[in-house]
Design a protein around this ligand. Structure first.
Ligand code: SF4
Length: 183
């Protein structure tokens, strides 16, 4: 059985810039954050099985998250050419998606599949989510929801995990997490 510190080191070795542990009991869940998803700033609202509203009611997801003891939180921070560097933001998002998928694969290989794996900005396992064609999820064993969909206040979570939520001008920061340790 690996320790929390060893698992954080695994996440760093996969490409995260920082990683830290937070007790799930101390996470600030905000059901009202669902309205951010509903504003559809990311363009994924209603277009993915792992995004609202299809991922489920935020109250139910918060209850699900609270069945775990520990959150292993991780972040990537990338530099942008300027605050209009859309390509840089997209590249950072793709790096985050690859990292979150790699974390899930690695934890599954380690026998830790009974975890809740959360990424940033919705599931990007498929280039076009099956939801958009009214088909069932193609890869439920790989699909990833987001911290935001679960109502997690990431601006509070980041310092709890020893990280900055914002990392200066012309940077972009993304967060992922593994919730583990069933009660
Ligand atoms: S695995 Fe594919 S079909 Fe399933 S939620 Fe993710 S993108 Fe959609």
């Amino acid at each position: 059985m690996m320790t929390t510190e060893e698992l954080l080191a695994v996440i760093i070795s996969l490409g995260a810039d920082k990683a830290g542990a937070v007790p799930v009991d101390e996470i600030d869940f905000e059901p009202s954050f669902r309205s951010l998803c509903e504003s559809n700033a990311c363009g994924m609202y209603g277009r993915s099985w792992m995004c609202p509203p299809h991922v489920g009611k935020v109250e139910d997801l918060i209850c699900q998250a609270r069945t775990y003891r520990t959150a292993l939180v991780y972040q990537i921070v990338d530099t942008l050419e300027d605050s209009y560097d859309f390509e840089g933001m997209m590249a950072a998002g793709e790096r985050m998606n690859r990292l979150a998928a790699a974390v899930r694969r690695k934890f599954t290989d380690l026998g830790l599949e009974d975890c809740l794996f959360l990424g940033a900005g919705g599931c990007r396992v498929c280039s076009r989510c099956a939801k958009q064609d009214d088909q069932p999820c193609r890869h439920p064993d790989l699909a990833l929801s987001s911290l935001e969909a679960y109502g997690i206040n990431v601006s509070v979570l980041a310092p709890q995990a020893g990280m900055k939520y914002i990392n200066g001008v012309n940077t972009v920061t993304y967060f992922g997490a593994v919730l583990m340790g069933k009660r």
